[in-house]
Design a protein around this ligand. Structure first.
Ligand SMILES: *Cc1c(COP(=O)(O)O)cnc(C)c1O
Length: 710
C-alpha cells in the first residue's frame, strides 16, 4: 500500500497517510493526539489503528479537521517530528561507529511486537524485539529488522464456558496495516528465491517503517508457490517439525537474500534467538563461493555475528532430526555441496536425547559475540551449553545484557506529564541516568496517587466494556460475564498476573491453599482482587489446563467476582494492565525465567513487583521497591505460595489500606516511588541498546569498515 493509496486528503493535510504508515507515531504523543482528535470513536473501535481509521473516516471529517487550527498545530508538530526522527542527525549513534554508507545492523527475529495493529508477535520475545527497534530509532542506530509477515497472525483467544481456550485466526488485511511492498533498487517489487528440498519457495518482501529503522517482513503467500508453501509463513511457531524447519530456512537464508537484493550491506548480523541461525549457513556459503576457505569464512562470519539466547527452558531451543534438515536443504547443497558436512556439524548437539540439529548450538558456534538476557540467565546458559565451550582455551564469549523496555511506549501519559512537571520536560533524554531519577521523590504523594487512581479507573472501565461486549455480542452466559471482571472494585488492591500460560510460569500458584486465598479475596474489611490474562500456546495442553483452573476460579461464586480473566492478551491489553493494576505478580519456577519484562513495564508505572528471585528481579530488588518471594527451595510450591500469602497479609495489604487523613496511603506510595526511581533507568531499552551498541555493534562495525577497501 502506498501512503496516497489509503485515500486522497485535503491539500493542507496530504501527509496524514505518511504519518499513519510510520509506526513511530505509536510513541509520539503529538502524533497519537492527531489520530485521537481526528475521530475518537474510530480511535477506540479500531484499537488505535490509524491506517484503518484513515480508510474508514468520512471525507467531511477530513475536510473539517483540515480547517481546525488545534488539529493543524498537532499535525504540523507530528510531521516535523517524523522528519527529525527519520533524519536521525545529531543522534546518540552519530559518529560513534565508522560505518560506510549503506551499511546497517541486521536484526533477525521470528517475531516483532511493534504495535497491536501488526499482529506478528506471540509474546515476550516479540515485544522485546519491537522495543529494540523503537529504541534503535530513538538513538539513531541504523538497524534493519528481518522477520515474517504472518498473514494469519497469532490467534485471538476466547475462553468457553468450561474454561477451555478457543483459538480463532483472523486474516490480516494488509491494507489496514502499516506495511508496504518493498521495492528493489531497479524499481521492481522485491522477491527472493529460497531453495527448499528439491524445489524452491518464492518469498515476497514487505517493508515497515519505524522512523529511521526499517523492518523487512518475509511472506511466502505468493501465487507461484504451491498451496503448502503459500501457507508456510501463515502463522507463528507451528509445532510440526518439518513446517518449522521450512520456516526457519526461509527466515535465515531468505532473510540474507532479501537484505542483499534491497541493497543493504550489514556490518553486524544480530540473531535474536536461534530461529534465524540459518543466516550462518548462507553467509558461509556466499563467502566460500567468493573464494574464501571454509576456515576463513567461518572466522569472518563469527566476527560479525551477535547471538542473543532467550530461554533456559529446553523446549525453547529448536532441535530437529539431521535427516529432516539435510533433506530440506537438498537443493541448497547443489551450490554448497562440498561444505555440507562442515555446515551440518556446526549444529550438532546432544542435550541428553541423542545428537540433533540444534539451532541454538549453530548460533553459538557461528557467533563471536553471545549474550544472555540477565545476569542469572548468563550463569544458567553457561551451565546448559558448557559442552559447546568446553575445550576452548578462551573464556566463553558469553555476556549478560539484561533486557529493558521502551519507556516512551510503556509509560502512561498521565505519569509522563507528572515527570514533565517534576523531573523536567527533557526527562526522556535522561532516562538511563540513575541519579536523575532521584527526582521522583520530589513528586507530591497525592499527585502520584491521584494519577494512579485515574489509570486504575481507566483499566476497570476497559475491562467492563470488554465484559459488556462479550455479553451483548457474543452471548456468553452471566457467570462468564462476571468472570470477565465487571465487579472489580476501584478501592481494592489489585494483583495482576498477565503473561503466557505455561507450566513453568505457574499461573495458579496463588490458589495453592484455596482456603487461605479465599479468605484474602473475600475479607469483608480489606479484600484483595486478582486479574489474570494470557494465552496458552495452541499445542500446550498443560498450559491450557492451568488456564482452565484459573478460569474456574473466576467463575466461582465463592470468590465473589474478585478474580477476573481478561481474554485475548496482547499489546493493547498489556498497556491497560501494566498501567492500572496495583501489584504485578510473577512466580515462575526458578531458574526458568530468563529475564521477564512485563514486571519492568509495571514498575515504571508505579505498579510494584511481587516476584520470585528469578530473571531480572534479583538485579533490581533493593528491599524497598517491591517484594521478593523467597523461600526454602526444598519446600516446593507450598512454601512459595505460603511466602506470597505472608507478604500479602503482613506487608502488602496493611500498607495499601493504611490511608492518611487525606486519603493517601503514604507507606504504599513510598514503594511506588521507589519502584519507579530504581527500575526506570536501569531496565530501560535505552540502557539495553547502549549496551548492545557499545559492547557489540560499534566494535564490530568499526572493525569491518577497516577491512573494507576504501
Ligand atoms: C511484555 C509482554 C510480554 C512478556 O512478559 P513476561 O513478563 O516477560 O512474560 C508478553 N506479552 C505481551 C503482550 C507483553 O506486552
Amino acid at each position: 500500500m502506498d501512503a496516497s493509496d489509503i485515500r486522497s486528503y485535503p491539500a493542507r493535510i496530504t501527509r496524514l497517510g505518511e504519518l499513519a504508515l510510520d509506526l513511530s507515531w505509536s510513541w509520539n504523543q503529538r502524533a497519537r493526539e492527531v489520530f485521537r482528535r481526528l475521530d475518537y470513536t474510530l480511535w477506540r473501535t479500531t484499537a488505535h489503528n490509524p491506517c484503518r481509521m484513515l480508510r474508514l473516516a468520512p471525507q467531511e471529517r477530513l475536510e473539517e479537521v483540515a480547517r481546525d487550527s488545534r488539529f493543524l498545530e498537532l499535525y504540523d508538530d507530528a510531521l516535523a517530528n517524523l522528519d527529525r526522527v527519520r533524519r536521525a542527525s545529531g543522534s546518540w549513534w552519530c559518529g560513534r561507529a565508522s560505518m560506510p554508507p549503506g551499511s546497517v545492523i541486521a536484526y533477525f527475529s521470528a517475531e516483532f511486537g511493534v504495535h497491536q495493529s501488526l499482529p506478528i508477535y506471540a509474546g515476550g520475545l516479540g515485544v522485546l524485539a519491537g522495543d529494540h527497534c523503537k529504541e534503535a530509532c530513538d538513538l539513531g542506530i541504523p538497524l534493519v529488522g528481518i522477520g515474517f509477515l504472518y498473514p494469519m497472525g497469532y490467534f485471538h483467544q476466547r475462553v468457553n464456558a468450561d474454561g477451555w481456550q478457543v483459538e480463532a485466526y483472523e486474516r490480516l488485511r494488509t491494507e489496514d496495516v502499516a506495511v508496504q511492498r518493498a521495492i528493489c533498487p531497479g524499481g521492481k517489487l522485491c522477491y527472493v528465491e529460497v531453495p527448499m528440498a528439491f524445489s524452491s519457495v518464492r518469498v515476497a518482501i514487505w517493508r515497515v517503517s519505524i522512523g529511521c529503522v526499517t523492518l523487512l517482513l518475509l511472506d511466502t503467500d505468493v501465487e507461484e508457490n504451491t498451496p503448502w508453501d503459500r501457507e508456510l509463513s501463515a502463522r507463528l511457531y507451528v509445532s510440526e517439525h518439518e513446517a518449522r524447519v521450512r520456516q526457519e530456512i526461509v527466515l535465515g537464508i531468505g532473510g540474507v537474500r532479501a537484505l542483499q537484493s534491497l541493497g543493504y550491506k550489514p556490518a553486524v548480523w544480530h540473531l535474536n534467538e536461534g530461529h534465524a541461525a540459518f543466516v550462518i549457513f548462507e553467509r558461509i556459503r556466499q563467502k566460500t563461493e567468493q573464494g574464501h576457505s571454509l576456515t576463513d569464512a567461518l572466522r569472518e562470519v563469527r566476527a560479525s555475528t551477535v547471538f542473543t539466547t532467550h530461554t533456559p527452558v529446553p523446549a525453547g531451543h529448536d532441535a530437529f532430526n539431521f535427516n529432516l534438515v539435510d533433506h530440506l536443504l537438498s537443493g541448497y547443497w547443489q551450490s554448497a555441496g562440498d561444505r555440507r558436512n562442515t555446515l551440518l556439524a556446526l549444529a550438532g548437539y546432544d542435550d541428553g536425547g541423542g545428537r540433533l540439529f540444534n539451532m541454538t548450538a549453530l548460533a553459538l558456534r557461528g557467533a563471536g559475540a553471545v549474550n544472555a538476557v540477565s545476569r542469572q540467565h548468563r550463569e544458567v546458559t553457561w551451565k546448559m551449553f558448557s559442552p559447546i565451550w568446553c575445550g576452548s582455551a578462551d573464556e566463553p564469549p558469553l555476556q549478560a545484557i539484561t533486557n529493558g523496555i521502551h519507556i516512551p511506549t510503556w509509560i502512561a501519559p498521565a505519569l509522563s506529564q507528572l515527570f514533565d512537571h517534576h523531573l523536567g520536560p527533557d526527562w526522556i533524554d535522561h532516562q538511563d541516568e540513575v541519579e536523575f531519577w532521584d527526582r521522583v521523590l520530589l513528586i507530591p504523594d497525592e499527585d502520584i496517587w491521584k494519577a494512579h487512581q485515574a489509570l486504575k479507573q481507566h483499566l476497570l472501565a476497559f475491562i467492563r466494556e470488554r465484559a459488556r461486549e462479550r455479553w451483548t455480542n457474543e452471548k456468553v452466559n452471566s457467570c462468564q460475564v462476571v468472570a470477565a471482571g465487571p465487579l472489580l472494585d476501584l478501592s481494592v488492591p489489585t494483583i495482576c498476573f498477565a503473561r503466557r500460560f505455561t507450566s513453568y510460569k505457574r499461573p495458579n500458584l496463588i490458589f495453592h491453599d484455596l482456603k487461605r486465598i479465599t479468605r484474602l479475596l473475600t475479607d469483608s474489611r480489606r479484600p484483595i482482587q486478582i486479574i489474570f490474562a494470557g494465552k496458552a500456546h495452541p499445542a500446550d495442553d498443560p498450559g491450557k489446563r492451568a488456564l482452565q483452573q484459573v478460569y474456574l476460579h473466576a467463575l466461582d461464586l465463592g470468590l465473589a467476582g474478585r478474580v477476573a480473566f481478561v481474554d485475548d492478551y496482547d499489546l493493547h491489553v498489556a498497556h491497560f494492565l501494566v498501567q492500572g493494576s496495583d501489584i504485578w505478580l510473577n512466580n515462575p519456577l526458578k531458574p526458568l525465567e530468563a529475564c521477564g519484562t512485563s514486571g519492568m513495564k509495571a514498575a515504571i508505572n508505579g505498579v510494584p513487583h511481587l516476584s520470585a528471585a528469578d530473571g531480572w528481579w534479583p538485579e533490581a530488588y533493593n528491599g524497598k521497591n517491591g517484594w521478593m518471594i523467597d523461600s526454602d527451595p526444598s519446600g516446593g510450591d507450598a512454601a512459595e505460595a505460603e511466602c506470597i500469602y505472608r507478604l500479602l497479609e503482613e506487608q502488602i495489604i496493611p500498607a495499601y489500606y493504611e490511608m492518611g487523613e487525606d486519603g493517601v496511603p503514604r507507606r504504599w506510595v513510598a514503594v511506588v516511588k521507589e519502584s519507579i526511581r530504581t527500575v526506570a533507568p536501569r531496565f530501560s531499552a535505552r540502557r539495553m541498546l547502549k549496551d548492545y551498541a557499545t559492547r557489540f555493534y560499534c566494535p564490530i562495525a568499526t572493525r569491518s569498515s577497516l577491512l573494507l577497501p576504501s
